[in-house]
Design a protein around this ligand. Structure first.
Ligand code: FES
Length: 303
């Protein structure tokens, strides 16, 4: 049902070529501004890589909660004539507006990297939420100019904003739960639990990442001198093949959106990815490289 709705929406907007062209142009412009250069750290921060959790969904909870409180207070104030609630309403609404601005900014940072299939739904999701935030901003200023006196005049734009935001939240859910944007591509990986032979030590070229299928798990091996590193071979952000990535000292850089992961422990060193890679222990025995899932990888339950 959701997918049908998403596809119908995508198809409808695709027909309006100018919207798709605008969305693509905006995505290109954001990439030109934030991908490299002095603003890159801002993108890293906004992705939530430092938290090992996407920042955008954490922030979106705040306006949803604050504006729900706003609406409840409005209903109490209007139904029971509690006029003193105007200032409390303004506080809740203002907090929601500030958090929504941060959520919009971080959302655009995530949207920079989405695939073409999610481009339009993401664009509509952002546009709808911007309109919802504008409605609440208008309501806040009307309340302010009425010296915090609650009235239908300042309630109506807030109600409208809430309804619009609900549509935006629905589309956000579609993006994640139906289209899989920003989910950890390694969420269900585990094992092998026992040391398993993979390749001859001498066969693994120095400093050249290579991918192996080890008991069904995509494992990336990198040899640097006598040291062999083994981490997941699939980027946790969008599933890029990391064997095509570039090595920078003890980091590997994803070939698609340039996340960097530590070869030593799979941790994220640069976004947009926020989830670490599976980590494998290595051993060299009888001229072969053996690997098994480390404790970190084994905490992901098999399914
Ligand atoms: S697939 Fe996006 S950073 Fe790797």
């Amino acid at each position: 049902m959701d997918r049908d709705f998403s596809e119908a929406l995508d198809a409808a907007i695709t027909r309006v070529g100018v919207i798709r062209a605008f969305a693509k142009g905006l995505q290109r412009a954001l990439n030109a501004i934030f991908l490299e250069g002095p603003l890159r750290p801002l993108k890293n921060f906004a992705s939530g890589a430092w938290l090992e959790h996407p920042l955008h969904p954490l922030l979106t909870d705040v306006p949803v909660g604050a504006w729900t409180v706003t609406l409840l207070l409005y209903i109490v104030a209007l139904l029971f004539g509690v006029t003193q609630l105007g200032f409390a309403i303004a506080l809740a609404m203002g907090l929601g507006i500030l958090a929504a601005l941060a959520a919009i900014a971080t959302g655009f940072m995530d949207w920079m990297d989405v695939d073409p299939t999610e481009l339009i739904i993401g664009f509509v999701h952002a546009t709808v939420n911007i309109i919802g935030t504008l409605c609440f901003t208008i309501a806040w200023f009307l309340l302010y100019s009425a010296q915090w006196q609650v009235s239908m005049t300042n309630f109506i734009p807030a109600l409208l904003g809430y309804l619009i935001m609900s549509v935006g939240a629905y589309l956000g859910g579609t993006l994640v739960f139906r289209l899989g944007v920003m989910i950890n591509r390694n969420a269900y990986r585990s094992g092998p639990k026992e040391f398993t032979p993979v390749v001859g030590f001498e066969e693994l070229a120095e400093n050249k990442p290579q991918r192996f299928n080890v008991k069904g798990q995509p494992v990336l091996l990198v040899r640097r001198g006598q040291q062999v590193y083994a981490i997941g071979a699939v980027c946790s952000h969008y599933g890029a093949p990391l064997e095509q990535g570039a090595i920078h000292d003890t980091l590997i850089e994803c070939p698609w959106h340039y996340s960097r992961f530590s070869l030593e422990d799979g941790s994220v060193k640069r976004g947009p990815s926020t989830a670490p890679l599976p980590l494998y222990e290595t051993d060299v025995k009888d001229g072969k490289i053996w690997v098994r899932a480390s404790r970190v990888a084994q905490i992901v339950p098999p399914h």
